[in-house]
Design a protein around this ligand. Structure first.
Ligand code: ADP
Length: 601
């Protein structure tokens, strides 16, 4: 499952000018005549995406010499670039008029605001530092170059492909990434990977098999995926997980995740969620000498006279270049969940996936690679299958960490404004989304203190609860009547609904909606209630590939030189991606694509 709000890491980051004296910190020196600044170290706080960002700014009498990020709650991976680059840019330009990092605007502005506050507390007239010098932001030109393998997109699929390409003999491998940081939707997800017979299942005595996994994944996708593609994922997912754990260095939790559509708990989850997968992948790729070119966008494929894909035309700022691939090109640029026009063009299932529906996706995920491949004759497949994640925070359109009981084998019910349940809350995403859209008015998720305590939710997600309470999308109270009143839900019905639910859970048979997993009664408060909306989450369609990750053209032929993996492909999930199967898919096919691009298979 792809879920936002990865574990927050408090990172201490120091950016300083060469030659800056360490002992200048923590003390204010005597003012110097004609000095521009009052030398010393000043603290400032700004609002980031997830909370306060605190910085310490050191001034000499003539310049901003050091900026230290003392504390923040930003998402690891996603905020790495602004936390690193904004202080560096402020120091390099001695200005507050620096560009924000694309895709990380809130964190960027939070750092700028914190530095501004620190300067103000030093008595600096910040208005003089807020005037933009256009000449300062000129980009470095990009040049033509030759590689063995060129990978498009530094998400989970692309990074897996790049690493595997080096392992398979490619000497020069480049990954082009249009954002200033790696990760894509993989980073925003919880990076849960479904794999049968994994180490935690063995420990817990859970019986499973790749065949059972494949059957459930295929049936969950409406039996519309090509079964051989599903088998490939199911048969190789455990190898992929062991590779991530033992070779790449991803650290996993000691519990399993159980999403709707799986008959048993079978997904492993990195301790640091999406960042816990992307950070080690980037590190391993860099150790192996893979070049990652950030802020570099793939524009179109280059082909030779025979039609073989021989490279990629890329752009960076104003300049363009051709990156030639002697052996192969891997397309791993993700889906099109953040492209409203494409969503509307292809959608057949939902009443709307237009502007009124938010997305859990990175703003970079706009279908670039699908369009590029289609332009040179690739076959597209399943483009009409767009997944709505059923229950998200209405303030952001992104999943709630605090809806964790929904995938953790715990109790949680959904109710409508009438206080009635309306669906099996542990069912498939498409079924839940459909049921939510069928309700008049908003929908709510409810669980009790015991559930929250078993998952340690209040400690784990303290900031999210606070933010959601402030935003009016979450409430906690002792009685069902109180939570009903807060959201204007029919209280009598809600009390009856919970009594019925408990009766079913205790009897082990959900007579209302046929729920068979997470059969957990909830007898007493305090109660937690969240308001939810559907959001575009995953686009199942994309470029057609075969089991060797070759891209297939509209005539059914392999397109020489071109491989694809991950959400950009359309052959694996049918009409509904079962939760926690995306990471299995992108890692399995990322590795296959990288190996075959390197060996020319
Ligand atoms: P997957 O799960 O398939 O790996 P992700 O969404 O995790 O997909 O990653 C896709 C990556 O591709 C993102 O980091 C995104 O910024 C990048 N990307 C998308 N379009 C382009 C493009 N035209 N050029 C370079 N990178 C791109």
């Amino acid at each position: 499952m792809k879920k936002f709000l990865a574990l927050m890491l408090v990172v201490l980051m120091v950016v300083s000018l060469a030659g800056c004296a360490a002992d200048a910190q923590n003390q204010t020196e005597a003012p110097v005549a004609d000095a521009k600044y009052s030398a010393g170290t000043y603290t400032g706080v700004g609002k980031g995406n997830n909370g306060d960002i605190t910085v310490e700014v050191t001034l000499t009498d003539s310049e901003i010499s050091e900026i230290v990020i003392k504390e923040h709650k930003e998402t690891a991976g996603l905020a790495d670039a602004p936390l690193r680059d904004i202080p560096a840019a402020i120091i390099a330009g001695q200005t507050l008029a620096v560009d924000t990092v694309a895709g990380a605007t809130f964190a960027s502005n939070g750092v700028i605001a914190a530095v501004t506050a620190a300067l103000e507390s030093a008595g600096v007239d910040v208005s003089t530092l807020q005037i933009k010098d256009e000449s300062a932001s000129a980009q470095v030109a990009i040049e033509d170059a030759e590689y063995d393998v060129v990978v498009i997109g530094a998400g989970g699929a692309g990074l897996s492909a790049a690493i595997k390409a080096v392992n398979s003999g490619a000497e020069k491998v480049v990954v082009v990434e249009k954002m200033p940081f790696a990760g894509g939707n993989t980073l925003l997800s919880y990076a849960e990977l479904a794999c049968a017979n994994n180490w935690l299942q063995e420990e817990k005595g859970i019986e499973d098999s790749p065949e059972q996994f494949a059957k459930e994944m295929w049936e969950g996708g409406g039996m519309l995926a090509r079964k051989e593609m599903v088998d490939m994922v199911a048969n190789n997912a455990l190898d992929a997980a062991l590779w991530l754990r033992d070779y790449v260095g991803v650290e996993y939790q000691d519990y399993l995740v159980h999403e709707g559509g799986h008959s048993v708990a079978r997904a492993v989850e990195p301790i640091e969620l999406g960042a816990g997968m992307i950070t080690p992948l980037v590190k391993k790729a860099e150790e192996l000498g893979v070049e990652i070119k950030y802020n570099t966008k793939a524009e179109e494929f280059v082909q030779n006279a025979e039609g073989r894909v021989t490279g990629v035309l890329v752009s960076a700022g104003e300049s363009t270049a051709v990156l030639t691939a002697k052996s192969g090109v891997v397309l791993a640029s993700g889906g099109f969940g953040a492209n409203i026009e494409m969503r509307e063009q292809y959608n057949k299932r939902w009443p709307t996936v237009g502007e009124s529906v938010q997305t859990t996706n990175s703003p970079a995920i706009v279908g670039d690679g699908i369009i590029m491949a289609e332009n040179i004759g690739a076959q597209l497949e399943g483009m009409e299958h767009i997944q709505l994640y059923p229950f998200n925070n209405p303030m952001t359109g992104v999943f709630y960490g605090i809806e964790a009981p929904s995938w953790s084998g715990e109790g949680l019910i959904y109710v409508n404004i009438d206080g009635n349940r309306f669906v099996n809350e542990m069912g498939m995403r498409d079924v839940r989304a459909e049921a939510i859209l069928a309700q008049e008015g908003p929908v709510y998720a409810i669980y009790n203190q015991e559930v929250a305590d078993r998952l340690n939710l209040e400690a784990k997600f303290a900031d999210e609860y606070e933010k959601c309470l402030e935003g009016g999308v979450y409430y906690k109270a002792d009685t069902l009547e109180e939570i009903a009143e807060y959201f204007d839900i029919n209280a009598d019905n809600l009390v009856q609904t919970m009594a019925d639910y408990n009766k079913y859970m205790e009897a082990g048979v959900d007579e209302a909606f046929g729920r068979t997993t997470a059969m957990v009664p909830m007898q007493q408060g305090p109660w937690f209630i969240l308001k939810g909306v559907v959001s575009v989450h995953h686009t199942m369609g994309g470029v057609m590939i075969d089991t060797e990750a070759h891209v297939i053209d509209t005539e059914g032929n392999v397109m020489p030189g071109l491989y694809a993996a991950g959400e950009v492909t359309g052959s694996v999930h049918g009409n509904n991606r079962v939760g926690t199967c995306a990471i299995s898919d992108i890692t399995v096919f990322g590795r296959i694509a990288g190996e075959n691009a390197a060996t020319g298979k």
